[in-house]
Ligand binder design. Structure first.
Ligand SMILES: Cc1cc2nc3c(=O)[nH]c(=O)nc-3n(C[C@H](O)[C@H](O)[C@H](O)COP(=O)(O)OP(=O)(O)OC[C@H]3O[C@@H](n4cnc5c(N)ncnc54)[C@H](O)[C@@H]3O)c2cc1C
Length: 453
């Protein structure tokens, strides 16, 4: 383990999974004074933010621009900015990997990379035993509190937690292989966007918009309906959907594509994942060839990098003391044990893999909180039914598919992780199980460290 203690097989708190939620949980847990270990399967931290190249941070503001999440999320943003890896809400994945690694180590937590948490069990002493497998073989590491941030709830399930997946038929949202493209002439690309509003879903640029100015800022472009139709008719486009969608990265001329869609993928099935990687890569190569041949501004573009792992939007949602749902979003519900405020809408991609379509339902009234308002995520979503001393945070928290579609975004995952680490520390300090902590006390601690509650 890299960190203070290289030979320990026992910790106060173990965080399984080093995505945005896991890193935030580990930092908060270690800062509350407890010996903490974070275990990650990849050779770097960040989860989907780095391994799946997901970008940008979706909005953590109300419709009238009030920020709803701060705390550790702001700290991460500051780190990214110092590294030159942040442009508004868009970040560089290399900067993210480094920022998270350094922040976790500075918090005093230990890191174990290249290690898969296989299962957890309860020892006679009441401690939780986490079985990990790596190139070193199998190891057991004990802890008093476990925070499952694997995104899939792997350890919570091995301890007996119940879960749900997907829609009523169990079909999860489509998978997407993200990729970055460099060498883009953004000014030229935006000139086409401005001149062809009927071809674009967004942005619809006004006649006085200046592409040269816009190219220096954060861009988010979706459309090119006609070019895709033409290319498809010519046998030059082999990806689903009516449009391509790309977002600027902080370095000018680099964009990330969120366009491939692979349907029917169970993200915890190795066969499905294999199919998704293969199909995603085929779609990616077709899209790259298409933009170079057809899309103004992309003539000299090149494939910079593809994600190390196909992006999986949802797998297991661990059933907890409260199941966050779509009505919580639309009714802007508030909770006594709130850990995070958010105004992001319900955002569920079809699981069939049809891609983004022209007439796809835009964010509509019933899926968003009232203008200027927000909803809250209760702590109870992170407390799995029937398990003691275990919390879950991030994209595997207790929610319906609609609820999950709103709270799965990265800023919320950071806030949930921060709350889980803080709650685990508080439970050890107060000698109670995480289920029985005083939520008021937890919220005070979170406010002291900058959370907007
Ligand atoms: C294609 C796609 C596009 C998206 N677009 C956006 C967007 O534009 N903006 C936004 O804010 N959000 C977006 N999201 C959502 C967001 O990226 C994720 O919900 C969020 O990053 C999840 O964070 P997490 O920490 O909960 O889980 P993850 O990022 O999934 O991290 C889990 C970590 O645990 C590790 N792990 C898993 N199992 C084990 C195990 N058994 N042992 C050890 N380690 C394990 C994994 O390797 C991973 O590093 C998108 C997601 C996808 C897939």
């Amino acid at each position: 383990m890299i960190g203070e203690d290289m030979n320990s097989d026992s910790y106060d708190i173990i965080v399984a999974g080093g995505g945005m939620a896991g890193c935030a949980a580990a930092i908060a847990a270690a800062r509350s004074g407890f010996r903490t270990l974070i275990i990650e399967n990849f050779g770097f931290l960040g989860g989907w933010a780095t391994a799946a190249l997901v970008n940008p941070f979706m909005t953590h503001r109300t419709s009238d621009g009030k920020p709803l999440i701060a705390g550790l999320f702001d700290e991460i943003n500051s780190r990214l900015a110092i590294l030159g890896g942040l442009l508004v809400n868009s970040f560089d994945p290399e900067a993210m990997m480094f920022a998270l690694q350094e922040m976790v180590l500075e918090s005093g937590a230990d890191i174990r990379l290249h290690a898969l948490c296989e299962e957890a069990s309860i020892a006679d002493s009441g401690e939780i035993v986490v079985l990990i497998r790596s190139k070193s073989g199998e190891e057991e590491i004990r802890c008093r509190r476990l925070i499952d941030c694997t995104g899939d709830g792997d350890l919570a399930v091995s301890l007996g937690a119940r879960f749900e997946t997907g829609d009523e038929q169990g079909l999860p949202q489509a998978a997407t292989l993200m990729f970055d493209v460099g060498g883009v002439d953004l000014e030229k690309a935006l000139q086409y966007v401005k001149d062809n509003p009927d071809q674009m879903r967004f942005p619809k640029l006004s006649p006085d918009a200046d592409p040269a100015v816009l190219a220096d800022g954060i861009i988010s472009v979706a459309g090119y309906y006609q070019l895709i139709e033409q290319a498809r008719a010519a046998g030059d486009y082999n990806a689903p959907g009516d449009l391509i969608f790309y977002i600027g990265r902080p370095r000018k001329g680099e964009v990330t594509f969120n366009t491939t869609h692979i349907g029917g993928v169970n993200g915890i099935d190795a066969g499905d994942l294999t199919r998704a990687e293969i199909e995603g890569r085929r779609q990616m190569m077709s899209i790259v060839a298409f933009v170079k041949k057809y899309v103004p501004g992309f003539e000299h573009a090149f494939l910079l990098r593809s994600a190390a792992h196909v992006g999986i939007r949802e797998t297991r949602r661990i059933i907890g003391e409260y199941v966050f749902n779509g009505a919580d979003v639309t009714h802007a519900r508030k909770f006594d044990d709130a850990i995070c405020r958010l105004a992001y809408p319900v955002d569920v991609h079809s699981g069939k893999g049809e891609g983004y379509t022209k007439d796809e339902e835009q964010v509509t009234g019933p899926q968003i909180p009232p203008a200027g308002d927000w909803y809250e995520i209760p702590y109870r979503c992170m407390v799995p039914l029937g398990l003691e001393n275990v919390l879950v945070a991030g994209r595997c928290v207790s929610s319906t598919q609609a609820g999950h579609g709103a709270i799965r975004i990265m800023p919320a995952c950071v806030a949930m992780g921060e709350a889980a680490g803080t709650a685990a520390g508080l439970s050890l300090k107060d000698g109670v199980t995480p289920r029985n902590i005083d939520p008021g006390k937890m919220r005070e601690l979170l406010k002291e460290t900058g959370s907007l509650l």
